[in-house]
Write a protein that binds this ligand. Structure first.
Ligand SMILES: O=C(O)COP(=O)(O)O
Ligand SMILES: [Mg+2]
Length: 218
C-alpha cells in the first residue's frame, strides 16, 4: 500500500488537552484567576493557540486588549511542560509502524504551533514517523484554510492522499483541500459524527490500516 497520509495532532494522535489545560491554568493563576476544567479548555482546542486564548479571555473576562501578551504567556507555560500529561491514543504507535512499514509516507498538519508540536512528537517517540510537520504558525494561514494541508502533501511523495483528523476544523480543511478525510471519533470534536463529512470513521487505531487500504481501493 503506498499513500501519503497526513495526520492532525491534538485529539487525533495524542491526547494533549491535559497539558494544554495545565498551561492555561498556570497563565490564569499568574493573573489571579481560578483554574478552568479540562472539558472547558478542551472545547477551545482546534483553531490554534491564538484562538484558544481568545476563548479563555472571553470565558474568564480578561481584557481582550491583552490578547498578544496572554498568548505569549500561555505559549511560554506550554513550552515549559507540554508532554508530561500527554499520551498517544491507544494503538497509535502500532498503527504508524504498520503504515510506515507498508510504505506510506506520513506527515503532520496541526494548528498547534510548530515548535511545541515537534517537541511533543520527539518527547513521545513519534517524530521518527513523520517526513513533514506543518504547525499553526508555519504559514500565513491555518486550518480550515487548505494551505497547510496542501503544503504538507507537497513535502511528501506524490501518492494517493488521505487526511486523518478529529474535529470540525479537520473535516472542513479536508473539504477545502479536496482530500479524502478519515475521522477519529474519540478526539475533541463537538459535532455528531454524521454532521462531519468523512470518507470513513474509526474509534480505534487498530482499525486504521484496514481503513486506509479500503480508502485506497476506491
Ligand atoms: O492547537 C490547536 O488548536 C489544535 O491542534 P490540532 O490542529 O493538532 O488539533
Ligand atoms: Mg485536532
Amino acid at each position: 500500500m503506498t499513500a501519503a497520509i497526513v495526520f492532525d495532532l491534538d485529539g487525533t494522535l495524542i491526547d494533549s488537552a491535559p497539558d494544554i489545560t495545565a498551561a492555561v491554568n498556570r497563565m490564569l493563576a499568574a493573573e489571579g484567576h481560578r483554574p478552568l476544567d479540562l472539558a472547558t479548555v478542551t472545547s477551545f482546542v482546534g483553531k490554534g493557540l491564538p484562538n484558544l486564548v481568545v476563548q479563555v479571555i472571553g470565558h474568564v473576562g480578561l481584557d481582550m486588549g491583552r490578547h498578544e501578551e496572554l498568548s505569549a504567556a500561555t505559549l511560554e507555560e506550554y513550552n515549559r511542560s507540554n508532554s508530561s500529561l500527554t499520551v498517544p491514543y491507544p494503538g497509535v504507535v502500532a498503527a504508524l509502524e504498520r503504515l510506515a512499514g507498508d510504505g506510506a509516507a506520513l506527515g503532520i498538519c496541526t494548528n498547534k504551533p510548530e515548535g511545541p508540536a515537534r517537541q511533543v512528537l520527539a518527547d513521545l517517540g513519534l517524530a521518527r514517523f513523520f517526513d513533514v510537520v506543518i504547525g499553526g504558525d508555519s504559514l500565513p494561514t491555518r486550518k480550515p484554510e487548505p494551505g497547510m494541508l496542501h503544503a504538507s502533501f507537497a513535502a511528501l511523495p506524490n501518492l494517493p492522499r488521505l487526511y486523518v483528523g478529529d474535529s470540525e476544523v479537520d473535516a472542513e480543511t479536508a473539504q477545502n483541500a479536496g482530500v479524502p478525510f478519515l475521522l477519529f471519533t474519540e478526539g475533541y470534536r463537538k459535532s455528531s459524527v454524521s454532521a462531519l463529512p468523512h470518507r470513513a470513521a474509526f474509534d480505534a487505531f487498530a482499525d486504521l490500516p484496514g481503513l486506509v487500504a479500503q480508502a485506497l481501493a476506491i
